[in-house]
Design a protein around this ligand. Structure first.
Ligand code: KG4
Ligand code: ZN
Length: 353
């Protein structure tokens, strides 16, 4: 029997169980992350972050990220197994992010996962990174059930998705240029803050007031789409003008004004979409979802419309292996076939694929 025939037989035999053990690998950007879950329970979640390495370049350098994934992956897998008190024999299935992300970085995780699955004869599940971000919510709230509306706000995406089932989504709105995390990171650079910019801006904004007027994109347009390039340019122009006039730039006020503007837009679009669709549950996913102002505003705005809001704990918002394990579990439960040993990394995998 071929590897894939055997893998699919094994998957079929485990679908009815609610204690499936998944070992998941995530290497799409600058975190080498491995987690082990048993059903919806998180047993270990190890994240070898490269942030300190990339900080000196002001952002992620793809080639350096790939090299460091190669160095870290074996020990990260070992650590995740140790922390869960397990060996590979206890694992039912290997999951891996196969897209979207940096190609070289993805290839490290995909190659490792394929080798591990083939050597152990265990089924392999290729997972969409963005669907993983959404699935982090099932670990935080195991009784969460689709349909619901999800704001996905990360370094690469800003999307409002209608989550129809555990594996299907429909896009309601998306950024037409930069992703919001990308905008946080670029504005941080203007403010001389280190990478990654989101948490730094959040910290600095606490000392400021939203006194600086920034543009609202698509103000008169009936859309749930986003645009961040105009806001980003306005921030850059404001900083340059201050410099030209020899005025002291109030960095905290600029950080605060930027954060207020982008979180307002995300919350407005999401709640408006939920109200228009008659959806009563909104979920937040992705790295920018760690932003406390975004979380609080979403809760506050949702309340007046009787909409409930959920979001994962901070560690499950930014990239991690647990979210990939969670989505692999969803896929197994809904009848997904195993990925074959020719699974390829796909840098530009679409959110809905
Ligand atoms: O989801 P993620 O970890 O990686 C991608 O899939 O892109 O998101 C990373 C992004 C970065 O742009 C980072 O600046 C942003 O999430 N981020 C935040 C916060 N924490 C991380 N943005 C705003 N506020 C935060 N607290
Ligand atoms: Zn991510």
């Amino acid at each position: 029997m071929s590897y894939i025939e055997n893998a699919n037989l094994k998957l079929d035999a485990m679908r009815d169980r609610d204690d499936i053990v998944v070992l998941a690998i995530e290497s799409s950007c600058d975190e080498t992350a491995v987690a082990i879950t048993k059903g919806r329970q998180l047993l270990s979640n190890i994240i070898a972050s490269q942030i300190e390495i990339h900080k000196r370049y002001g952002g992620v350098v793809p080639e350096i990220a790939s090299r460091n994934h190669t160095l870290a992956i074996n020990n990260t897998v070992k650590e995740a197994l140790d922390k869960a008190g397990m060996t590979l024999d206890d694992v039912d299935c290997i999951a891996v992010t196969y897209g979207a992300g940096l190609l070289g970085a993805l290839i490290v995780g995909v190659s490792y996962a394929k080798a591990l699955a083939y050597a152990t004869g265990k089924p392999l599940i290729g997972v969409n990174h963005i669907k993983g971000h959404i699935a982090a919510n099932y670990l935080a709230k195991p009784d969460l059930e689709p349909p619901y509306l999800c704001l996905i706000a990360s370094g690469g995406h800003t999307t409002i998705a209608y989550v129809k089932s555990l594996t299907e989504i429909e896009i309601k709105g998306a950024t037409q240029d930069d992703a919001c995390g990308e905008a946080f990171d670029k504005v941080a650079r203007v403010l001389d803050l280190p990478y990654p910019g989101g948490p730094q801006i959040e910290k600095l904004a606490k000392e400021g007031k939203p006194t600086i007027d920034l543009p609202t994109p698509y103000k008169d347009k009936d859309t749930y789409d986003f645009s961040y390039s105009g806001i980003k340019t306005a921030v850059i122009n404001y900083a340059h003008k201050c410099q030209q006039k020899g005025e002291q730039l109030n960095r905290a006020d600029l950080a605060c004004s930027f954060q207020e503007k982008v979180t307002d837009i995300m919350v407005n679009n999401t709640i408006r979409c939920a109200v228009d669709m008659g959806v009563d549950t909104v979920v937040i996913a992705g790295g920018v979802g760690a932003n406390s102002v975004l979380r609080a505003k979403m809760q506050q705005r949702a309340q007046s419309h009787n909409i409930q809001v959920f979001y994962p704990p901070l560690v499950l918002c930014t990239d991690n292996g647990a979210m990939i394990a969670s989505q692999a579990y969803n896929m197994i439960k809904t009848g997904a076939k195993a990925s074959d040993i020719d699974l390829d990394a796909n840098a530009s995998l679409k959110v809905w694929e």
